[in-house]
Design a protein around this ligand. Sequence first.
Ligand code: SAH
Ligand code: MG
Length: 229
Amino acid sequence: MDTAGTDTAGTDTAGMDTAGMDPELKAYADAARGFMPVDEGAALYEAAMGVTTPGPFLEVGSYCGKSSIYLGAAARSRDTVLFALDHHRGSEENQAGWEYHEPDLVDPAVNKMDTLPIFRRTVHDAGLEGVVIALVGQSIPVAENWGMPLAFLFIDGGHGAEPAHADYEHWMPHVAVGSRVAIHDVFPNPADGGRPPFEIYTRAMESGAFREIGHTGSLRVLERTGPGI
Ligand code: SAH
Ligand code: MG
């Protein structure tokens, strides 16, 4: 479950700070439409800035492009690109009748959600069109055809059990040893939100292939330390 709420409990930012993000771009990202609290966006930026491996960044779940700005800013500074993957039809909880539905995001011609126009506008206005590359499609077929090791992976797509575990299984192998993964909406306490992101975080930790390097609100940042996902 995505949430716009800010959970600062248990914050351990491991020396992260946001001094490096262009203040104008940061203000723009902080104000952009989406589901990313300001402190978690800052942590996301710092986590991506700290990568030490080569390769592109990729996020699963861009929505209107809010997280794409934090990550795109880091990608630009690190001289790489961000692939921003989303089918732009919304997750289960974004559909009509669900908690996180925003009716103005429905394309009346097809009566489906369509966040792509807003995403495009967000990236354009941030000046990041040369860095943020939209991949419009379903996460799993893209993952199955993906060939390049990632320096940074951000998982914030479907939050149901099936899509969250499918993202874990299909995307984690593309994270190179030494590279980083951030998982959003990790709520250890079921009262705070849906559990599948917490389950895949737990899965990563129990695999022995990752160590945790940062924790801000519901954002967990991991580094891949070895094989055996
Ligand atoms: N990171 C965003 C919020 C993402 S919301 C922000 O900062 O605001 C989750 C997004 O995941 C939705 O836009 C939805 O369309 C996308 N999504 C869900 N399941 C998906 C799938 N299987 N393939 C591609 N995108 C998916
Ligand atoms: Mg989220």
